[in-house]
Design a protein around this ligand. Sequence first.
Ligand code: KIV
Length: 278
Amino acid sequence: MRNNIQKIQKYKEEGKKITVLTAYDYSTAKCIDKAGVDMILVGDSLAQVALGYQNTTDISMDEMLIFTSAVSRGVENALLIADMPFMSFQINKNETVKNACELIKAGANAIKLEGSSDLIIETVKHLTQNGIPVVGHLGFTPMSINALGGHKIQGKDAKRITEITEDALKLQNAGCFAVVLEMVPAQGAKYITQKLSIPTIGIGAGRFCDGQVLVSDDILGKYDRFKPKFARQYSSLKDIIYSVAKAYCSDVESEVFPSEEESFALNEAEKEKLENFR
Ligand code: KIV
């Protein structure tokens, strides 16, 4: 059975760190889930790392639904969160509820949306009152990259930290069950974490958050367009994929693959009949 939002809340109360990773396909989701991660996020980062788009703003609702259902089929234990893509929650509340419900129908247990404008706060209230668990996302919000002027640390001074705290409290009061803090200095994230009763999930926000999230392609070393300073790379899957593909090509070219064991054989009688057709 999948984790629920009550269990995630309890982790904060008990001081147990919450683990979150992104996943975009069935087989990766299955491995990550088996490893015991608490929550899996079908992040709109899939726009860049899985689909090769330039920005997260390029992904559509239809694409998010395909990836959410693929990941969902691989998840047994983790709580599954799906990102609401750009323009799927900024138009009006009814449109947002319709899109959120589609992500839930595709297998998500909760949705995540970026920002804290008045419309977003009203939307979070509307969604949570309609039984849809919501995760907020503050600090660096990738969908606003054009307004923020690039990948920039947010909350560099005490005043800005108190503003992010106010926004996080608004999201909490509107019903969010967790908030992602992206690219916020560690001491700032610590301050926000202490002020909130719901868990903070950090990405580039230091060790004092209640939990951590990373993009799975970053920890696996699969995406090479850029490596964020805050991502720890545990493997270099792109090098492994490269050498496996090289070895395969060499085996085919030198006729080492396929071997007899990797082929289907006719029985002796049928072989003989085939000979006689000549
Ligand atoms: O899209 C994503 O992967 C995210 C994480 C970076 C938190 O929102």
